[in-house]
Design a protein around this ligand. Structure first.
Ligand code: ATP
Length: 436
């Protein structure tokens, strides 16, 4: 079990500007969150890391960015209007509401009363909104409940315009919305969140093979991201959803239990055949080689950006008791051991003293040179050097560079490594190479 409590992650996220409650000055809005300066950098790096692996470095996957608002028939075809619901029950004593499938026994987690709930009511998770300007001309549409539907409805467009041939995938990153009954645990379950989904279209007789292949590919991606693999596991689904032929989750061990971070599903031909039927368009695939026409099967990998970010913070967080280099007092050093590709800031440039113009000049020159290479670099001259290191450790900056008086003579600077805290003297013109 990870030792880190959720409170510590929430505290760090707020303190260092990773995540804020949405519209906080108005008291916040339940289960919606805003990403602050370091949060947005971290999130963009994470999305980029996924996009690189899933689109950029492959020949068989193309990207897409479909609209959040879609024709309402989409959600009838997908089955969401009928069955995208959770069983909602209410405690008759304290009137709190729960998902009945969340409660192993019918005991209220708030007031403790047993067997005193309303009958389960199906509660649809789709969020409705209205298009149109005048009241009578308004029509109801839904905010998409998952991003993959935008992929299925563009299957034909992509087949016709890109030179893809089965087997191939379409990948997309974007917002999804669900009116969750029990949101919470910070950014674990939100009502507005972001998904990274890839739908891989293949011959029906190859779907089982690709399902296994994608399990392996995705596992290796977590490994590359630097996850502690003993905190991850595969969990096959006990009950399959209406569309699924096979399904497995990648789970992470959080302080509140093993929780799904990603789903990998063999969805059969459910999606394309349903959209074919509801739209009246032919969404079958014609295989030039075998001269066969068939409805492709879909193997999907689907991960939430926000949820993954939470898991990553759990995995990276460490507290270490140290003696402060300046005051000599014991203090807690918080370190985020984030993968270097993901860390919001790659390097911090720290002149030893801020009131020595020679040090500041050399430091700012280096800072501007490194920034011009397109990386996120931070310049920090305020406070004792130990404190400045600590500030960078807490946001996961892999390297700090200190410019001291000796640097003015020998043109060498000290690079300090976040994880080992080892310090190395490097010629100033070598810092860029070092970082590369
Ligand atoms: P859960 O069982 O936790 O409700 P799910 O099985 O409904 O999740 P999917 O529909 O498979 O989830 O969505 C794929 C991924 O999207 C999930 O693995 C998760 O990472 C993310 N996700 C789903 N719902 C939310 C949410 N409300 N907030 C944040 N991320 C979510």
């Amino acid at each position: 079990m990870t030792a880190t409590s959720l409170d510590k992650i929430v505290g760090l996220a707020k303190r260092r500007g990773f995540v804020f409650p949405s519209s906080e000055i108005y008291g916040g809005l339940a289960s919606t969150w805003d990403y602050g300066p370091y949060g947005v950098l971290l999130k963009n790096n994470l999305k980029n890391f996924w996009w690189q692996a899933m689109v950029q470095q492959r020949d068989d996957i193309v990207g897409l960015d479909a609209a959040i608002l879609m024709h309402p028939r989409t959600w009838e075809a997908s089955g969401h209007v009928d069955s995208f619901s959770d069983p909602l029950i209410e405690c008759r004593n304290c009137h709190n509401r729960f998902r009945s499938d969340d409660l192993p026994e019918l005991v209220c987690p708030i007031c403790g009363q047993r067997d005193n709930f309303t009958e389960p009511k199906n509660f649809n998770l789709l969020m409705k909104t209205f298009l149109g300007t005048t009241e009578d001309a308004k029509s109801a549409v839904y905010l998409r409940g998952e991003t993959c539907q935008g992929i299925y409805v563009n299957f034909k467009n992509i087949i016709q315009t890109s030179r893809v041939k089965i087997p191939f995938g379409i990948a997309q990153i974007g917002k999804a919305f669900r009116n969750e009954i029990t949101p919470g645990n910070f950014i674990f379950r939100m009502r507005e969140f972001e998904q990274m989904e890839m739908q891989f279209f293949c011959r029906p007789d190859e779907a089982a093979k690709f399902f296994e292949l994608w399990k392996e590919e995705r596992w290796n991606w977590y490994k590359k991201l630097g996850f502690n693999l003993s905190n991850l596991r595969f969990k096959p689904h006990e009950k399959l959803a209406h569309y699924a032929k096979a399904a497995v989750d990648i789970e992470y061990q959080t302080s509140f239990g093993w929780k799904e971070t990603e789903g990998i599903h063999n969805r059969g031909d459910w999606d394309l055949s349903r959209h074919g039927k509801f739209s009246g368009k032919d969404l079958n695939y014609f295989d030039e080689q075998s001269k066969e026409k068939f409805t492709p099967f879909v193997v999907e990998t689907s991960v939430g950006v926000d949820r993954l970010m939470l898991m990553m913070l759990f995995d990276a967080y460490e507290e270490e008791v140290t003696i402060d280099e300046d005051s000599g007092q014991e203090e807690v050093r918080v370190i985020l051991h984030l993968a270097k590709e993901i860390a919001p800031v790659k390097m911090a440039i720290l002149p030893l003293l801020k009131n020595k113009p020679e040090l500041v000049e050399v430091s700012k020159k280096l800072y501007n040179e490194l920034k011009a290479t397109g990386r996120m670099i931070e310049y920090d001259e305020s406070g004792a050097i130990g404190r400045r290191y600590r500030r960078q450790d807490e946001i996961g900056t892999p390297y700090c560079v200190t410019i001291d008086f000796q640097s003015l003579d020998d043109h060498m600077v000290t690079i300090r490594d976040r994880d080992s805290m080892k310090q190395e003297r490097v010629p100033i013109e070598e810092v860029n190479n070092f970082l590369s």
